[in-house]
Ligand binder design. Structure first.
Ligand SMILES: NC(=O)c1ccc[n+]([C@@H]2O[C@H](COP(=O)([O-])OP(=O)(O)OC[C@H]3O[C@@H](n4cnc5c(N)ncnc54)[C@H](OP(=O)(O)O)[C@@H]3O)[C@@H](O)[C@H]2O)c1
Length: 272
């Protein structure tokens, strides 16, 4: 049995689907699992990683787990998961940043806890998710996307690729002790991504540069301030650069990562 936490999330629900396709028995946990309907063969359990009393039922009979990094919850989970053969952790490429920042430090704490647990581990460190651009849905519908740092380049990664690497790591213990850094297949600026969205949907979508101060005021309404400041300074530093394209999705899955256009097509219903 494989436990998938964060199972209603962007990455987690794709991990569930891909493990099922590989013929594995899967238990999916989240605090609100009814948010997604899973195929009937998935065992769905309501559990909160920050509530230790909800974990024995989640971990019963489980051999391997995909761990979603909930702040403050990893040590408690690992303390109860001593019998696990292997844990694959969702982390972040920010751990590799030269300058210390709140996102990297948060993920590093989860990695260190897992490494110290004595369990077999795999760290999956994705760069920016393509799903972040779903924040542009209202703009796309209105025909104009406003965002700061339009010339900032990222090789953002499709959630299906992150999940594919996680699933491979869970299916083969040869991935234990490995750190995978994930990107998509192409470096694209914000403005280029907006253009691709319009092209794939076949509709007019304009990009408009937004004042970073205005973006900050909006972002702090739904994200902690240190995270917002880290993100905005990261994006500013990406202006005029070319983002590195990393080999690990292809190395682990044996196929190239999904393009941005393919991701938009996959989410066309969300944008419309
Ligand atoms: N976005 C990026 O560009 C990026 C890049 C690199 C790394 N990351 C990292 O990736 C993670 C986000 O992944 P994602 O997009 O797949 O997440 P997501 O879509 O926001 O999903 C979060 C999942 O975790 C579950 N969850 C949250 N708190 C929980 C708790 N206390 N107990 C049990 N389940 C809980 C949620 O379900 P319930 O709410 O129902 O519990 C949901 O299934 C973050 O750690 C982020 O730092 C993101």
């Amino acid at each position: 049995m494989i436990l998938v936490s964060g199972a209603t999330g962007n990455v987690g629900h794709n991990v569930v689907t891909q493990l099922l396709e590989a013929g594995e028995k899967v238990r999916a946990i989240a605090r609100n699992p009814e948010r997604l309907s899973f195929p009937p063969e998935v065992e769905v359990l309501r559990a909160d990683l920050t509530e230790p009393e909800s974990l024995p039922a989640a971990l019963a009979g489980v051999e391997r787990a995909f761990l979603f990094p909930v702040p403050g919850a990893t040590e408690g989970f690992l303390a109860q998961g001593k019998d696990l053969r292997q844990v694959v952790l969702l982390s972040s490429i920010s751990v590799d940043d030269e300058e210390e920042n709140s996102i990297g430090l948060m993920h590093l704490a989860h990695e260190r806890a897992l490494a110290a647990s004595g369990l077999k581990w795999t760290f999956v460190r994705p760069g920016g998710f393509m799903t972040n651009d779903l924040a542009w849905v209202p703009g796309v519908k209105a025909g104009v996307v406003r965002a700061p740092f339009g010339a900032a380049a990222q090789a953002s990664v499709d959630e299906r690729d992150i999940a594919a690497v996680v699933a491979q790591a869970l299916l083969d213990e040869a991935h234990a002790g490995q750190i995978y850094r994930l990107s998509g297949p192409e470096s694209l600026t914000v403005a280029q991504r907006v253009r691709i969205i319009g092209d794939v949907l076949g509709q007019e979508v304009r990009f408009e540069e937004q004042d970073p101060a205005e973006a900050r005021r909006q972002m702090v309404t739904y994200m902690p301030e240190p995270i917002v400041d880290t993100l905005l300074s990261t994006f500013e530093g990406l202006v005029g650069t070319t983002a590195p394209v990393l080999p690990d999705v292809e190395r682990v899955t044996g196929r190239p990562p999904f393009t941005y256009a393919s991701w938009v097509a996959h989410h066309a219903a969300d944008f419309r």
